[in-house]
Design a protein around this ligand. Structure first.
Ligand SMILES: O=P(O)(O)OC[C@H]1O[C@H](OP(=O)(O)OP(=O)(O)O)[C@H](O)[C@@H]1O
Ligand code: HPA
Ligand SMILES: [Mg+2]
Length: 175
């Protein structure tokens, strides 16, 4: 049997997102930004974070997948859905739920930089540095987490649990 342990509470997530929103608002003062949500995991974070940013902003969505329904990355990143609009000349901020191996983001950064944005930064709710394979420069991190498979607040296990308002870890229950 397995059970869920709360790793980061709803309250902690809320508070940290407020701080990140204030930081981003300050850093981009006088500019317009384009938030790019990496579907599906980034959706909760994007929605809540955008409400804490006091700047004129656009939202666009991209879906890439390397995990499918597995707990480890396949290593092959595929674009499932591309952005609707060009990003040339825009200040782009990629919004992710988690950086694990780093494969998804290093692929995205390469792909999006080719489209000549005015700037390109990364904001992730969770960073799991112990699993890093591809090096990525992250600009905004919500929480650094240990090397465990997490779920909730956008993150799935077999496509489920994304709706949990907190981040949890699935652990084996000792008999
Ligand atoms: O750093 P990495 O090892 O590449 O892992 C992180 C990526 O993997 C997950 O997405 P997934 O491909 O599972 O799609 P999903 O967001 O639809 O769950 C997660 O949302 C990140 O995008
Ligand atoms: O720890 C994780 N949980 C859910 N999805 C993920 N995608 C990469 N790492 C994770
Ligand atoms: Mg996933």
């Amino acid at each position: 049997m397995s059970h869920l342990d709360v790793l980061i509470s709803e309250e902690k997530i809320k508070n940290r997102i407020k701080e990140l929103g204030q930081q981003i608002t300050k850093d981009y003062e006088g500019k317009e930004i384009c938030l790019i949500c990496v579907l599906k995991g980034g959706v909760m974070f994007m929605v809540d974070l955008s409400k804490e940013i006091d700047l004129p902003l656009e939202m666009d969505f991209m879906a890439v997948s390397s995990y499918g329904n597995e707990m480890t990355s396949s290593g092959v990143v595929k674009i499932i859905k591309d952005l609707d609009d060009p990003i040339e000349g825009k200040h782009v901020l990629i919004i992710e739920d988690i950086i694990d191996s780093g494969r998804t983001l290093s692929y995205l950064v390469k792909t999006l930089n080719n489209r000549k944005p005015a700037s390109l930064r990364i904001c992730t709710l969770l960073d799991k540095p112990e699993q890093r394979i591809s090096d990525v420069q992250v600009d905004y991190v919500g929480f650094t987490i240990p090397d465990e498979f997490v779920l909730g607040y956008g993150l799935d296990y077999m496509q489920k649990y994304r709706n949990l308002p907190y981040i949890a870890v699935m652990r084996e229950t000792e008999e």
